[in-house]
Design a binder for this molecule. Structure first.
Ligand SMILES: [Zn+2]
Length: 227
C-alpha cells in the first residue's frame, strides 16, 4: 500500500512516522525527500526574501517554475497514494492535502501525537489515531486494495468509522480474528461468542486520554449465571 504522509517542515514526529511506515513495508511519499538527492520544495529557492512578499508578489511567485514543479511533485504523489496519514501539529499545506484525500474518498488518518487545539472538521477523516501503533494496526487491517480480496470503499468507510473492521480484532482468549462490525443493525455483526473457543465476548468503547475519541475493544465476558 502507498501512503502519503502530510505534515509540516517543523513537525518533529514526521521523520519517525515515515521510518515506521517503511519498516512496516509501506511505500511512503516523504515530502522532505521526495526523490534521491531532492530535499523538497522551499520558497527560499524562488526568492531569499520570500517572507516579506506582498499578496501580489506571492501570486506572481506561484507561477514560478520551481513552485509549479514543487506542486506537481506533491500532487502527483497524492494521486499515486492509496491513503494519507496527516501528522499533527501541521500547517495549511498538510491540511489542504489531507482534505483532498477525504474529498477523493481515499482513507485518511489523522495522527495526533501530542495535545492539540480541538478541530471539528477532523470528523471528515477516516479515523483519528493517538498513537503510531494504532495507525499501523489500522493500516494492517485494511487488507489488499486491488485484486482478489480487495475491500470496497464502503468496507473502508465502515471499518474506519465503526472500529471493528472486516478482518477484525482478536479474541482475548484464543486469538481468533473476530469478523464483522459493531454498527447497530449491521447485517454482519461481530460474534458475541468466539467462533474459535466459545468464549463469551463483550465489546466496549475506549476513550482516549482527553475523552474526545472512542474506538472499539473487546474483552472476555464472564458466563452469565442465568435466572
Ligand atoms: Zn476465542
Amino acid at each position: 500500500m502507498k501512503i502519503y504522509v502530510a505534515s509540516s517542515w517543523r513537525n518533529q514526529y514526521q521523520p519517525d512516522v515515515v521510518r515506521r511506515l517503511r519498516a512496516a513495508g509501506y511505500d511512503v511519499y516523504d515530502f522532505r525527500n521526495p526523490r534521491e538527492g531532492d530535499t523538497g520544495f522551499h520558497w527560499s529557492e524562488i526568492d531569499p526574501d520570500w517572507q516579506s512578499w506582498t499578496p501580489d508578489k506571492y501570486v506572481v511567485a506561484m507561477q514560478h517554475p520551481i513552485a509549479t514543479a514543487g506542486f506537481k511533485s506533491d500532487l502527483d504523489a497524492m494521486k499515486w497514494a492509496d491513503a494519507c496519514v496527516l501528522v499533527l501539529p501541521s500547517g495549511r499545506s498538510a491540511h489542504l492535502e489531507a482534505g483532498w484525500f477525504c474529498g477523493q474518498g481515499k482513507p485518511c488518518m489523522v495522527y495526533i501525537p501530542e495535545p492539540i487545539e480541538p478541530e471539528l472538521m477532523y470528523k471528515l477523516a477516516s479515523r483519528i489515531c493517538t498513537s503510531m501503533d494504532e495507525v499501523l494496526r489500522l493500516l494492517a487491517q485494511t487488507g489488499p486494495l486491488w485484486g482478489e480480496g480487495a475491500m470496497t470503499e464502503n468496507d473502508f468507510s465502515t471499518m474506519f468509522k465503526t472500529g471493528i473492521p472486516a478482518c477484525g480484532i482478536k479474541c482475548p482468549a484464543c486469538g481468533v480474528m473476530l469478523i464483522g462490525t459493531t454498527q447497530a443493525g449491521s447485517d454482519d455483526p461481530v460474534p458475541t461468542t468466539c467462533p474459535g473457543c466459545g468464549q463469551l465476548l463483550h465489546y466496549y468503547q475506549q476513550e482516549d486520554d482527553w475523552g474526545m475519541f472512542r474506538w472499539w475493544q473487546v474483552r472476555a465476558k464472564k458466563e452469565e449465571s442465568g435466572g
